[in-house]
Design a protein around this ligand. Structure first.
Ligand SMILES: O=C(O)CCC(=O)C(=O)O
Length: 405
């Protein structure tokens, strides 16, 4: 485990919104904080993003299942393709301290190749919708539905966006595509999520495919929980690149490395998920975070099948995707502990409802209204068939997925 290349980089402020920017809790009024990539020595230096070799995982036997007969066939689709990893204590400890870790080779090559093929098709067929989403987020005053072609959408973004385009997002593909469902609902991810969260029952919150085309800008600093209408700390995101993340230091051929600048992996402010003092004491409006002393660490090079994990409050960002590189596609899958409640945005005056950023609204609009009215209500427990339990395996509601395909 290397802690070399730790940098106490200034986190300069800026006005923008490629991922709602945020330090944990106090944030809607915050000046947006731009990813400090240029100040890092190398975004690909694998500088302490903790990773263990697969042999360091204790392998537990595949759990025995006791499912009702009707569910057996569907459940078979979720049998782990390899044994489920038991994470070493050192990795759990690192996650507690830093708020992010890596699990190398967690997903199998076959899973990954069909995932990538499916995602590429989905991107091709849904790009206009995704551009409309960016217009909604970045171009206040422009009606996304008034845009009828990709060219029009790009022109609208060019003319009206309050920030550079950092990525395109495609939400909840696991609800419409089997290859994505097989990964997003997989026992491998669910088991690791349960261990890192330290909870018995885990639900999938959403998946989101991030496309960074060459030349796309950075993903700004943000915390994922800022965009989720859940009143919980037990939230974790798996970030799964669909092609290798190449870094300048990934090979011994320095000339080749120089020709191929580092891909945009994730960059983390280590320990920021534990920085309760930041939002508690500070007015975040316009604040420069450079005095917080965070160690800034990145994922470094990643292979297909490797998974990077971060806590819902961990501040993270990603560098721009260099020109002359292939597009960078990554699937993120977010999980939360069963029992979490909805943010009581209307009924509890102590909730600072304005802090919830609506960038991911397309993701929760399918279930939130149903839960927030009628029997369920503001502050209700977040239980819905679109938020299936994926762990433990024998309690899994994910056996019924994918829905409608
Ligand atoms: O891939 C990216 O650029 C951003 C991903 C991200 O913020 C996440 O998975 O939480």
């Amino acid at each position: 485990m290397s802690d070399s290349f730790e940098v106490y980089a200034p986190l300069a402020t800026n006005v923008n919104a490629n991922r709602a920017v945020v330090p944990p809790v106090a944030a809607a009024r915050v000046s947006k904080v731009r990813c400090p990539t240029a100040q890092l020595p190398s975004p690909s230096s694998n500088n302490g993003a903790f990773s263990v070799s697969p042999s360091a995982f204790g392998r537990s036997p595949t759990p025995t299942r006791s499912v009702s007969r009707g569910r057996v066939q569907a459940a078979a689709a979720r049998q782990p393709s390899a044994s489920i990893p038991r994470l070493p204590d050192s990795l759990l400890l690192r996650y507690e301290r830093e708020g992010f870790v890596q699990t190398p080779r967690l997903l199998q090559p076959e899973q990954m190749s069909s995932l990538r093929a499916s995602c590429e098709q989905l991107v091709a067929s849904r790009r206009l919708d995704s551009l409309r989403h960016r217009i909604r987020v970045l171009c206040p005053g422009v009606d996304p539905d008034s845009v009828t072609s990709e060219a029009e959408a790009r022109a609208a973004l060019e003319d009206h966006a309050t920030d550079d385009l950092g990525f395109l997002q495609f939400f909840n593909l696991h609800r419409i595509n089997k290859a994505v469902a097989r990964v997003a609902l997989s026992p491998e991810l669910a088991s690791v999520a349960s261990q890192l969260l330290g909870v018995r029952r885990v639900r999938v919150y959403q998946d989101c495919l991030f496309l960074k085309e060459p030349g796309f800008a950075e993903t700004n600093w943000h915390s994922d929980l800022r965009m989720a209408p859940l009143d919980t700390n037990d939230f974790i995101t798996a970030w799964i690149p669909l092609r290798p993340i190449l870094g300048a230091h990934s090979g011994s051929d320095k000339a080749a490395a120089a020709r191929s600048p580092p891909d945009s992996g994730l960059i983390f402010a280590a320990g920021s998920h534990r920085d309760f003092a930041l939002p508690f004491w500070h007015d975040m409006d316009g604040r420069d975070l450079s005095d917080r002393g965070y160690a800034i660490k990145d994922t470094g090079p990643m292979e297909v099948g490797d998974v990077s994990w971060h806590h819902g409050w961990t501040l993270h960002c990603a560098a721009p995707q260099p020109v002359n590189t292939p597009p960078r596609l990554a699937l993120s899958v977010a999980f939360f502990a069963d029992g979490a409640r909805l943010l009581a945005r209307r009924s509890d005056p102590s909730v600072r409802a304005e802090l919830l950023h609506d960038e991911d609204e397309e993701s929760y609009s399918a279930w939130l209204p149903a839960l927030a009215k009628g029997k369920g209500k503001d502050g209700a427990v977040a239980r819905h068939k679109l938020l299936p339990v994926v762990w433990p395996l024998d309690a899994s509601e994910a056996d019924n997925f994918p829905l409608g395909i």
